[in-house]
Each structure stands twice: as C-alpha cells, then as structure tokens.
Design a protein around this ligand. Structure first.
Ligand SMILES: [Zn+2]
Length: 259
C-alpha cells in the first residue's frame, strides 16, 4: 500500500521547543493545557508537547502529517531514558534508535501528541502506520515514553500506555526481547493484555489489572481485533501479532519479523 508521507518532516535538528519533555506524572491527564509558546514562530507541530491535546482546527489547517516526525534521539530524550529503558551496557547503540513524534486519537476523539522510541530500521514505517491510524480515527489512549513509569512495564501497561523500546531480556533467558531492540510495539496494553498458562495450571495476565479484558468476545474500547485497521497495517508491513501466538497470547504486541 502506498503511503503518502512524501512531505514527511525529519527534524534532525530540534529547535527550542521541538521536543520538550514536560514530564508529567504519568497519571496526569494527557489532554492538558495550553501549547508551549516558542519565542520564534515555530511550526504548529512543535508548539505542542507530547501528551498535549491539539485542537482539530490546528492540525486540520496544516495537515496531520506535519505533526509526524522521525529524528535521532535528542539529548533531552536520551537523558530521560538513562538507567530506565536505556540501561548501562544494554548493547544497542543510541544511533540505532529513533524518536518518533506523532498524533493519536483517543476513544473520545481528541487528537493528542504522542512519542515513541523505536529501532531506526522500522521508524519510518511505524510513523507511516500511526499516521494512517490517526487519519482513520483508530483510538490510542496514551503514547508516552515508558521511562515516565521508570520503564516498569506493568505500571505503564496499567496506564494503557502505548510504547516500544525498553531494554530487557525475555523472561528466564539471556535473549534480548524485541522491545530491547526497539523492534516491537505494544498498543493499548491495558485492553490488550498478555496471557500465558504456566505448567502446573497457574496463569499470568499482564498487566494484572486486565483480566476482564482476556475475554475477547466482550465489547470494549481499544480492543485490537484481527482484521481491524491496526492489525492489518502492522501485519501488512512485516510485523507479527502476539494475539495469534499459540503458547501464549500477547494481544497488545506487534513485533518486526524482518531482518
Ligand atoms: Zn510487547
């Protein structure tokens, strides 16, 4: 499918208010306050910080695409990641990661600035997918760096935060998780939990507050359904969906299956 991000903005050099991690408490309402004012006349896309709502007339005036960008990790962002998602000696060079800014729609229809760190191999594809999702009104509640929850996945999932890079090993192995390479994305994780039945009959649900969403026959917002736009876009672009795994179900999880 051809994507139409020919005018995609690459903010390789961030200006004064391009990426201002107003670091909220994660619990703070993402649809807050007034845009950050910039001393010079920055593009509208840069006057809104991650987590802020953008009024419809603002993004409609310039087109949604100008709010989507891919850049190398700005120093301000890399600092926030230190010792959290980006651990000492984690082995993945900073230069392999990219910072993606975008817009997402909440279930209430608000347009909100989102942010994500992913591997450079998939950064542009991911930005293209999120533009498609936004323009088609696909709901994503929150998209902030996982570092605002100290990179503790359980807490970020409970907050229904969509995120990607977070260095970690697959449980009980020395194999780096696809999230540890920035090659996996978790979408609306509270409503799309991870489930596994353990030997002996016990089962795990992550986040632990999401057991009610394991019944996939129920109707609720933010549910990923096979064949819906989110599922189609990711799988058409080389991602595998964890919801189709056999030995466990990871309904929130899309991971890059390419090289
Ligand atoms: Zn995942």
């Amino acid at each position: 499918m051809p994507f139409y991000l020919s005018s995609f903005v690459l903010w390789s050099a961030m200006t004064c208010c391009a990426i201002r991690p107003s670091l909220p408490s994660p619990a703070a309402d993402a649809s807050c306050g007034a845009p950050v004012e910039c001393a010079n006349s920055a593009p509208a896309a840069l006057t809104y910080s991650p987590g802020q709502e953008v009024p419809d007339h603002v993004w409609q005036q310039q087109g949604a695409a100008v709010f989507f960008s891919v850049s190398e990790l700005p120093d301000s962002i890399f600092r926030i990641m230190q010792g959290k998602s980006y651990k000492a000696n984690c082995g993945i060079p900073r230069t392999d990661l990219r910072y993606v800014r975008c817009l997402h729609r909440t279930a209430e229809g608000k347009a909100v600035v989102g942010e994500l760190v992913v591997n450079k191999r998939i950064a542009q594809t991911v930005a293209d997918i999120f533009l498609q999702l936004f323009e088609n009104g696909y709901p994503i509640e929150r998209m902030r760096l996982v570092d605002y929850w100290d990179a503790v996945d359980e807490r970020a999932m409970r907050a229904n935060n969509t995120s990607a890079f977070n260095f970690r090993y697959i449980s009980h192995t020395r194999k780096i998780s696809k999230h540890g390479l920035g090659l996996a994305i978790d979408i609306n994780p509270l409503y799309n939990p991870y489930y596994k039945k353990l030997p002996g009959g016990k089962s795990v649900c992550e986040p632990s507050t999401a057991t009610r969403y394991l019944d996939r026959s129920r109707r609720f917002p933010y549910k990923i359904i096979p064949g819906d736009l989110c599922h189609r876009l990711f799988t058409q672009h080389g991602f595998q969906w964890g919801g189709s795994w056999k030995n466990s179900k990871d309904y929130q999880h899309f991971e890059w299956a390419g090289n």
